[in-house]
Design a protein around this ligand. Structure first.
Ligand code: HEC
Length: 104
């Protein structure tokens, strides 16, 4: 438990640091992702709800860790019904979306 709480504290500090990015990320998420992914409810749209990514686990059954790297990988490569965003978003846009997604 102590370990998890320390991770949470670290996470809150890093969120404060990227708060401006996370706000841009929110607007981008609404435009590019919210059609298929709920962010405030557990509703399954075309894809799984991304609510709860801040707990560090992807919402699907495979339960991969919801790290920056894994979320970025999914955005770049898509698959399983998700479009490939590799060339549709800039690096900055992807970073902003990932930062925001990790607050959900
Ligand atoms: C056309 C619908 C669609 C759009 C748009 C879309 N996704 Fe997805 N996404 C999916 C589907 C379907 C899955 C499930 C894929 C699978 O099971 O492999 C998924 C899976 C994911 C996952 C992994 C979830 C898990 O539990 O493994 C993440 C993270 C994700 N999407 C993020 C995003 C982000 C960020 C965007 C916006 C840039 C986005 N998606 C846009 C359909 C979409």
């Amino acid at each position: 438990m102590i370990g998890i709480n320390m991770i949470r504290v670290g996470f809150v500090f890093s969120i404060t640091a990227v708060i401006a990015t996370a706000q841009d990320g929110k607007a981008l998420f609404e435009k590019k992702c919210s059609f298929c992914h709920a962010s405030t409810t557990d509703e399954r749209k075309l894809g799984p709800s991304l609510k709860g990514l801040n707990k560090g686990v992807m919402p699907d059954a495979i339960a991969k860790p919801a790290t920056r790297e894994n979320i970025l990988l999914k955005i770049n490569d898509g698959g399983g019904g998700m479009p490939v965003f590799r060339d549709l978003l800039t690096k900055e846009e992807k970073d902003a979306i990932v930062a925001y997604a990790m607050t959900l």
